[in-house]
Write a protein that binds this ligand. Structure first.
Ligand SMILES: Cc1cc2nc3c(=O)[nH]c(=O)nc-3n(C[C@H](O)[C@H](O)[C@H](O)COP(=O)(O)OP(=O)(O)OC[C@H]3O[C@@H](n4cnc5c(N)ncnc54)[C@H](O)[C@@H]3O)c2cc1C
Length: 379
């Protein structure tokens, strides 16, 4: 079978890309190795994503406007978003909804593992797991996550900074009841020496997890300590873990192929947020692909556009992580800064819609002064 575009990987980035391509009338195949896959993920998404991608209400299990951050010494800062919320989704339902939408719009779907990609005349020949004939495609979108086979086969530059994250799901108990309606983040070296721990409530369970730079620390021990510190004595009913690629690859575009989402390394440092960037890159990548096929416009416009829109956010969060996640004294300072109303406002505004919202000069100077004060105190 021959297609205009083969999208490899049926997570949010691939499903969004396939839907847009199919809607535009291009022959599109979405190849996913396991349609019952449950991607390890906290499932926290911003309001801006829900609106842009028309995510139906029943998929958003919780809309949480309350949040608290906790420091190494146990100081807790509570915050409330005045005009927005963090949506909580369950990936097994979310991903399958997005894939179904792509199919409804005309994409074919094949459940198979991509094993090899070979060059073919005017495109690629994609070799699949046993029992499946190869698929020919003029163009490829690699949406196959942090360990992207597409990137490996097509010689893209390496995914550099990888965090490994683990999450456990617990049924509600008396200890966990207080967390039912808020997002809680722990900045605590005992929970994560270089990332953070999270408590994300869903309707019938709570997801609790932590992360650390790949191969640097023992993730299982960190998670165990986190659970002990919260005071949970029940056993989890599900353990899950996966890598988070927190740095864009040096390049994620070629003449006849692009990478999107985690495959391209598009997860922001400091907060490990990837679903929004997966779906945005899937959309931008698919739009560039349509232009390439119809008007012979180069695919690199996709990468240029993505970097123009989001480089500042990636850079800002990288600086924040390298300054404040170094040790517990600095983490203590970071949590202290979160108490400031202006800091909260800027953080929420930029989280919800992924736009750097410029604050008035007076506010910027005030925040700058507070940063210096807390940094000198912290170090
Ligand atoms: C523990 C954890 C918690 C997280 N929490 C959050 C959060 O709360 N909010 C947030 O925004 N982000 C979170 N992230 C990040 C987020 O999960 C990812 O950024 C997001 O899933 C990326 O989407 P994607 O479509 O690019 O890749 P993925 O969701 O990884 O999808 C890739 C798909 O490709 C398929 N695939 C892989 N290889 C092949 C192959 N060879 N052939 C065929 N198919 C293949 C896989 O089965 C998978 O379905 C978290 C990550 C982890 C690990």
């Amino acid at each position: 079978m021959r297609y205009d575009v083969a999208v490899i990987g049926g997570g949010p980035s691939g499903a969004v890309a396939a839907a847009i391509l199919a809607k535009a009338g291009l022959s599109t195949v979405l190849i996913e190795r396991n349609l019952a896959n449950v991607k390890p993920c906290g499932g926290a998404i911003p309001l801006g994503l829900i609106e842009e991608f028309n995510i139906p209400d029943p998929l958003v299990e919780k809309k949480l406007s309350k949040m608290s951050v906790r420091s190494p010494r146990g100081r807790k800062i509570s915050m409330e978003m005045p005009n927005g919320y963090v949506g909580m989704v369950r990936r097994e339902r979310f991903d399958s909804y997005l894939r179904d939408r792509a199919v409804r719009l005309g994409a074919d779907i094949v459940e198979a593992l991509v094993r090899e990609i070979k060059p073919a005349s005017n495109g690629h020949s994609i070799h699949l797991s046993k029992g499946h004939a190869p698929i020919e495609a003029d163009f490829i979108i690699g949406a196959d996550g942090a360990n992207s086979k597409t990137a490996e086969e097509l010689d893209f530059p390496a995914n550099e900074l990888q965090v490994i994250a683990m999450q456990q799901r617990f049924h509600y108990s008396d200890t966990l009841k207080p967390y039912e309606d808020l997002v809680e983040i722990w900045f605590d070296g005992e929970v994560s020496p270089d990332f953070y721990g999270w408590i994300f409530p869903k309707t019938d369970h709570i997801a609790i997890g932590t992360g650390t730079e790949f191969r640097k620390h023992d993730l299982k021990s960190l998670q165990k300590r986190f659970i002990e510190k919260i005071g949970i004595t029940d056993k989890p009913y599900l353990d899950e873990a996966a890598k988070i690629p927190m740095k864009p690859r040096k390049s994620f575009t070629q003449d006849r192929a692009i990478l999107v989402g985690d495959a391209a390394g598009l997860v922001t440092p400091a907060n490990g947020e990837g679903i929004f960037f997966a779906m945005r890159s899937g959309k931008l990548g698919a739009e560039a692909m349509i232009e390439r096929i119809r008007n012979n416009k180069p695919l690199r416009s996709y990468e240029k556009k993505f970097r123009k829109l989001y480089s500042q956010i990636f850079f800002g969060l990288q600086v924040l992580q390298s300054v404040y996640y170094k040790n517990d004294r600095l983490r203590e300072s970071f949590v202290a800064i979160c108490q400031d109303d202006d800091v909260q406002q800027i953080t929420f505004d930029s989280y919800l819609y992924k736009k750097m919202v410029p604050a008035p000069w007076s506010v910027q100077m005030k925040i700058f002064g507070k940063n210096i004060y807390h940094l000198t105190k912290g170090s």
